[in-house]
Ligand binder design. Structure first.
Ligand code: ATP
Ligand code: MG
Length: 618
């Protein structure tokens, strides 16, 4: 039988390899920006058209390449950054695999212009499908410009996998932000479809954070700085009071490389323990610098996962550094530049922070919560088991219709109900419908053989979720126009996100119109929804939406529905009148799926009489 194995042609091999490095326009952005940083650029410009699908260009003023290098850089495994495997463990550059440009040239049409300072003319190379189609000398500034056109023009299947422009643009902005945060000493700009959305002057890390994540973080940042022989940690964490419902603004950089690390994130969360609620996420931008020999950066093609030689030590350092920073912030006032001068005069601000004072505060309660793990509230998982068993039993349609009739029943007046009861054989009697609110969170609802404990927020989320689902499928929700429309100014990333959500939000009763580059006017909100602080409502919607997108894979609509349901729902901690409780329960049991919240948590628990008796040993 004939031999069957043959070598793949270079361009096919490159296309296959490109799959790992270049998944979408944002991956090319990351690679090209990192190359520019590695080339020592102090100014890096990113230009995007059509979310990078038609054009993506990076222009830097770095060291440039010679004529030969300009040709070599597109070869696979061609790099100037390492020479042998040992170098990997001394690496200070972002790149080292020599794969990025080869991959990009395999899946797009690329034009490179580059010049070194000591050359009078530069080189221009055009390459497509891994084949150089043109090379000639050009007049060009010192540095490099790489222009990538028609990404995946030759791999239609991949091109079809790309998401909407708005979604791809969000990925691009994410990558841009990661690199721009890591190198505040470098100027970065981002232009898209002729519009400038970032213009970041070189400056301090704090300035960069405020430029990118929003100036509302000003005076809300706590500096973290610890230096040891093993590693240095520096950066900022947000004060606990601005912890958000979204994981969004959380960044770790190891030797300036952005990494994703649930493990180190846990260390920060741990340090924030007792200062923020369990469902909120602190903001942080933390840099860990350590000997490259202590990290393996070559465990993932995009290098966003790394391996520490000793992960536990790094965890302990991160946790201690953040705790220390927080403890200091809680005992020393933060000085604001525009602080009132009368406040500046205060003794506590004038007086130096002495050793004696330190001891005093170290024994204070606030300080101790930072340093002691408080275990008193901990519940063993098995304690909860039988309650979840109970909620599972409630899914039978039988129970559901029983509760639906309870819902209707609760809305009736007492006389009406008496007749209703006798005709429908409902298991509930008038006395049992007395509703009690517990901890301003649960509504207790006795029935003949059990009592229900309804979670007011989760139940309300379910009600709104189903109402909104219907609205998206049919008639839009009525809008109530605001008398005084408010304007909201958003960060570039949020602007892109909101533009993407506008049509669906409109269907759900939110009338919002773009106003200039990054501002929006909120003209109206859903009619049956208490109006008030529209601006905050919108900020929360975006925040929660991002939270969902980082947590779970859901369709855009589903995320929006869950977000709006969460936003509009009565929250825990709110006292309800008898009538409000009745309406809520009634609406809940009219739902198609009353027993679970949109996110799949139980909306109520049922405590059966015989279960209770068993618990009392009867
Ligand atoms: N903007 C640039 N300015 C100067 N030289 C560059 C630039 N971009 C790439 N190069 C040169 O081209 C080489 C290949 O780049 P490429 O991105 O493919 O690989 P790499 O950066 O070495 O490794 P990795 O694949 O991990 O990114 C680099 O090693 C560098 O010498
Ligand atoms: Mg590179």
């Amino acid at each position: 039988m004939a031999d069957r194995i043959q070598l793949l042609p270079d361009n096919i091999a490159n296309q296959i390899a490109a799959g790992e490095v270049i998944q979408r326009p944002a991956s090319a952005v990351k690679e090209l920006l990192e190359n520019a940083v590695d080339a020592g650029a102090t100014e890096i410009k990113l230009i995007i058209n059509d979310a990078g699908k038609s054009l993506l260009q990076v222009i830097d003023n770095g060291q440039g390449m010679s004529e030969t290098d300009a040709r070599m850089c597109f070869e696979r495994h061609a790099t100037s950054k390492i020479q042998n495997i040992d170098d990997l463990f001394h690496i200070r550059t972002m790149g080292f695999r020599g794969e990025a440009l080869a991959s990009i040239a395999a899946v797009a049409q690329v034009e490179l212009r580059t010049r070194k300072a000591d050359n009078e003319v530069g080189t221009c190379i055009e390459i497509e499908n891994s084949v150089v189609t043109r090379q000639q000398p050009v007049a060009t500034p010192v540095g490099t410009s790489i222009c990538m056109k028609n990404l995946f023009f030759n791999v239609p299947a991949r091109r079809n996998f790309l998401k909407s422009n708005a979604a791809e643009m969000r990925h691009i902005i994410d990558e841009f932000i990661r690199v721009a945060l890591a190198f505040p000493q470098v100027f970065f700009s981002l232009n898209t479809n002729g519009q400038q959305i970032f213009y970041l002057e070189a400056g301090s890390l704090k300035q960069r954070i405020l430029q990118i994540l929003g100036s509302n973080y000003n005076s809300k940042l706590v500096s973290v700085k610890e230096e040891t022989d093993y590693l240095n940690i520096y950066g900022f964490v947000g004060k606990p009071d601005i912890a958000k419902k979204t994981r969004g603004d959380q960044y770790f950089f190891v030797n300036n490389r952005f990494i994703k690390s649930p493990y180190l994130n846990h260390a920060v969360m741990n340090a924030f323990q007792d200062t923020i609620t369990l469902d909120s996420f602190p903001m942080y931008v933390l840099f860990i610098d350590l000997d490259p020999a202590q990290v393996d950066v070559n465990v993932h093609p995009t290098k966003q996962e790394i391996k520490f030689e000793d992960e536990k030590i790094v965890y302990a350092f991160v946790q201690a550094a953040v705790k220390h920073a927080l403890a200091q912030f809680s005992i020393t006032p933060t000085l604001d530049f525009d602080l009132d001068s009368s406040i500046q005069q205060l003794e506590s601000i004038q007086k130096p922070f002495t050793e004696e004072k330190k001891l005093e505060t170290a024994s204070s309660n606030i300080y101790r919560t930072f340093t002691e793990a408080n275990q008193a509230h901990k519940i063993e998982p098995n304690e909860l088991n039988h309650w979840s068993d109970l909620s599972e039993q409630q899914t039978t349609s039988n129970r559901q219709s029983e509760f639906q009739s309870l819902g209707r029943f609760l809305l009736k007046t007492e006389e009406e109900t008496a007749t209703q009861l006798s005709t429908h054989h409902s298991p509930f009697t008038t006395e049992e419908a007395n509703l009690t609110q517990l901890f301003n969170t649960y509504i207790l609802l006795p029935t003949a053989e059990s009592f229900l404990m309804v979670h007011q927020q989760l139940a309300h989320e379910r009600i709104i979720y189903e109402r909104m689902t219907n609205a998206l499928q049919g008639k839009p929700v009525a809008t109530q126009r605001s008398l005084f429309p408010s304007t909201i100014e958003l960060t570039p990333a949020d602007t892109v996100l909101l533009n993407e959500l506008l049509p669906d939000l409109h269907q759900l009763g939110y009338t919002i119109e773009p106003f200039g580059k990054s501002a929006f006017v909120i003209q109206g909100t859903p009619a049956d929804f208490e109006s008030g602080n529209e601006k905050m409502i919108l900020e929360r919607i975006l925040e929660q939406y991002k939270h969902f997108s980082s947590e779970i894979k859901l369709s855009k609509r589903e995320m929006l529905l869950r977000t709006v349901a969460w936003q509009q729902a009565i929250k825990t901690g709110v006292a309800l009148s008898e009538k409000e409780m009745r309406n809520l329960i009634s609406d809940l049991f009219q739902c198609q799926q009353p027993n679970i919240s949109p996110a799949g948590k139980p909306t109520y628990l049922e405590f059966k009489k015989d279960h209770l008796e068993k618990m009392f040993g009867k």
